[in-house]
Each structure stands twice: as structure tokens, then as C-alpha cells.
Design a protein around this ligand. Sequence first.
Ligand SMILES: CSC[C@H]1O[C@@H](n2cnc3c(O)ncnc32)[C@H](O)[C@@H]1O
Ligand SMILES: [Zn+2]
Length: 433
Amino acid sequence: MNKLLIRGATVLTMEGQDAIIKTGEILMEDGWITHVGLPGSAPGYFDMDEVIEADGMVAMPGFVNCHTHAAMTLLRGYADDLPLMQWLNEKIWPFEDKLTGEDVYWGSKLACLEMIKSGTTCFGDMYAFMDDVARAVEETGMRAVLSRGMIGVAPTGSNALQEAEELVKNWNGKADGRITVMLGPHAPYTCPPDYLAKVMDLAAKLKVGIHIHVSETRTEFYDILKQYGKTPVQHLDSLGLFKYPVLAAHCVHLEQEDIEILAQKAMGIAYNPQSNMKLASGIAPVAKLLDLGATVGLGTDSTASNNNLDILEELRVGSFLQKVDTMNAEVIPAYRALQMATIDGALSMGLGDRVGLIKEGMRADIILINTKEPHMCPQHNLFANIAYSANSADVNTVIIDGKVVMLDKVVLTINEEEVMAEVQERAMRLAGK
Ligand SMILES: CSC[C@H]1O[C@@H](n2cnc3c(O)ncnc32)[C@H](O)[C@@H]1O
Ligand SMILES: [Zn+2]
């Protein structure tokens, strides 16, 4: 049995705003959180394999990035300042046509490195060459929910379905349980109803959820309305999609009825504020969704539309954007934003039974944030300091599934120089430079 102890941290369990333990202890055994308590309360101190002294640190659940396309680190800075459809059609999809599995492996590995360094322990990914993404996840020690992105028309539609099934068979529950798999029909505008019917049949057969882009732009909203006589959300609902566990990414353009459907029927919504801002897609009505009880996690989307994978940045911008959109400063307060970045992200991807809280019986995905910095002083409200003042450089240590993957700012599972050199070389070659 492997026993790991964190001592001396201020523990934000995320089980409630009062559930802060000063100078607390967290015991992890074989990847499980088995004890959370006051100093000296963890049993068997002298039996520990590793003790992390965390004075001056906050221990909290690792961040969850519910929607990304990890390997698109290769396209960071390649196509900026364009709206979604022009961005996809003219720049992104032609570039992606040239990708190999090995490119996707290195791009994903760089994404894992960036996420670990900024405190993300789990991400929801939709892309192609998913075996190679899974390989990167397995090696780097991250937790991920992987989906083979499927464009539901010829020439790739039927092959993608087959690959999605193989991904489930080969990787669901693998990497010591750190990888789970969903199906990834790309969007209502790329997947016609007959294709979505096949996706739903497969989801039922394999007992997995569905990750899909929904109502991201005004163009999509009106195109789907014109084609099917329904809004994207109502169109998907009428097809029966929400009978399955659905993670709906974006959900920017919504009518009141759409908001009600999503709140009642979606497993979760991935709110991607910075990608929606950069692509000028709009502002998701997150405050209204939350009012009706929707589960909303945070996503960065890819580094081609963001342009980083920093969830601390996303939660701050996401909270502020809702305040300005509603002209209500009370919307998404600091603690709520931190919930979205942790437990609500986990719930959105069907992982709320194992990660997102520091609690006995959960898997140990825990980060330590250094609070001894000028921008974190004074400490009136720790939640506000983490949500609104901290930045990714404050993330000091990252534990995923009970394994230390970053200690004192050194990532232990990845050779940083090697990954950056590979991605630089591959990105330039792919861009024809
Ligand atoms: C078929 S794999 C996934 C596919 O999605 C593309 N993508 C990246 N960001 C977005 C976005 O914001 N909306 C829609 N599609 C997006 C990515 O480039 C892949 O081709
Ligand atoms: Zn996306």
C-alpha cells in the first residue's frame, strides 16, 4: 500500500464554504483519500511513504477542464482573430487534415504539461487520433474523459463511429481508471439526425455519455432553426439526445425553453467564456442556467481559440463576464466559481462520484497553491484570493490519483524541454514554415 500525507495546509474541501480546515492533514492510501482532519489526526504517521509539508499552502481539489481539444496546442497562435466558421473552414480544418497520430500525441503531451502546471488534474477532450491522446494521458499521469470527435458526414462519418467504439473498448477505465470515454458527435451542424441516431444507439450499447458542441454561434442557431424548424437545443431534444448523459459545450445562444431543457436534462454544460469571447460567439446565459439548477463546469476550448489552458484565468473571466452581462455583481461569487472549476466540472463529465472534492472515499486529485505571495495578501477571504487573485504560477504541487505529478513546481512525469522542442518543430512543419 502506498501512503501519502499532506501536512500543514489550509484545506478547502469544497464541501461548503465553512469546510475550511486550518493546518489540516490529508491522508491518501493507494490513490484514495482516506482521512481529512486536524494536525496530528492522520493515523500511522511513521508508516508514510511520502510526507508533503505544506505550510503556507492551500490544498484544494484539482481543477477540471470540461471541454478542450488538447492537441490543438499545435495550432496556438496559428489562426487568431476570426469568427468560428471562417476560423474552422479556412484555417483549422485544412491544418488538421495534415495531422498524424504522432503530432497529436506530442500536442496532447504539451497540453497535459500546461494543464498540470496550472493546476488542472482532469480534462474533457474531443479530437481525432484519440489512441495517441490516451497514450499522452497515461504517460503524464493526468485524468481525462476522452471522445473521438465525429463529423457525421462522408468521408469520415462511419469510420469515426467505428473508431469511437474502439476507443471505448480499448481505453474506457484504463490508465488505472484515470481514463473514461464518451462519444463525441461534433455539433448539430456537422452531424445530421440519422447520424446522431447511430451515435445514440452506440451510446446505449456501450453505456457511455455524449460530448457535443451546442448552440455556439448565432450562425449555428439560425442555420439549425432554418433547417429543422427548431433551436439547436430543441432539435437535439426532439431527437432524444438528452435521454443520454450529455455534456453540452458552449450553449451560448439559448431561448428560455432551451435553458429549461438543459437545466433539467443535460448532465452538464461546459462554459467556455474566453473562447466565446475570442471567436466573438457571444456570452452564454450561465446565470440563468444556474438559477434553474443546471450543472455548469468550465472549459478552455482549445489553445487556438483561447489561447491557453489556464482554468484559474477561465474561472475569473467567466465570473466577471457574467457579472457584466447581467449587471449584477452578486452573480457567480468566488466560491461558486471555484465549484464550477472543480466539483461541478467533475459532475458535468460524470465523475462527481470520484473527484472534485477533498473527502474520504474520493480519488486523490489535489493541488497545493502557494498563498505566500504579495498578490494573495491580506487574507480576508481565501476563496476570493484563490478565485480572483491567484494565477497559475502559484500552483506549487499537483497530485493526481494519489501520485505526485508536480512537486514544488517541477513536473515529474514529463520532460518539458523535449515536449516543447517536438511541438515547435512539428507545428512549424505542419504550417509549412
Ligand atoms: C472532430 S474533432 C473536434 C473538432 O472540433 C474543432 N473545434 C475546435 N474548437 C471548436 C469550437 O469552438 N467549435 C466547434 N468546433 C471546434 C476542432 O478543430 C476539431 O476539428
Ligand atoms: Zn470545442
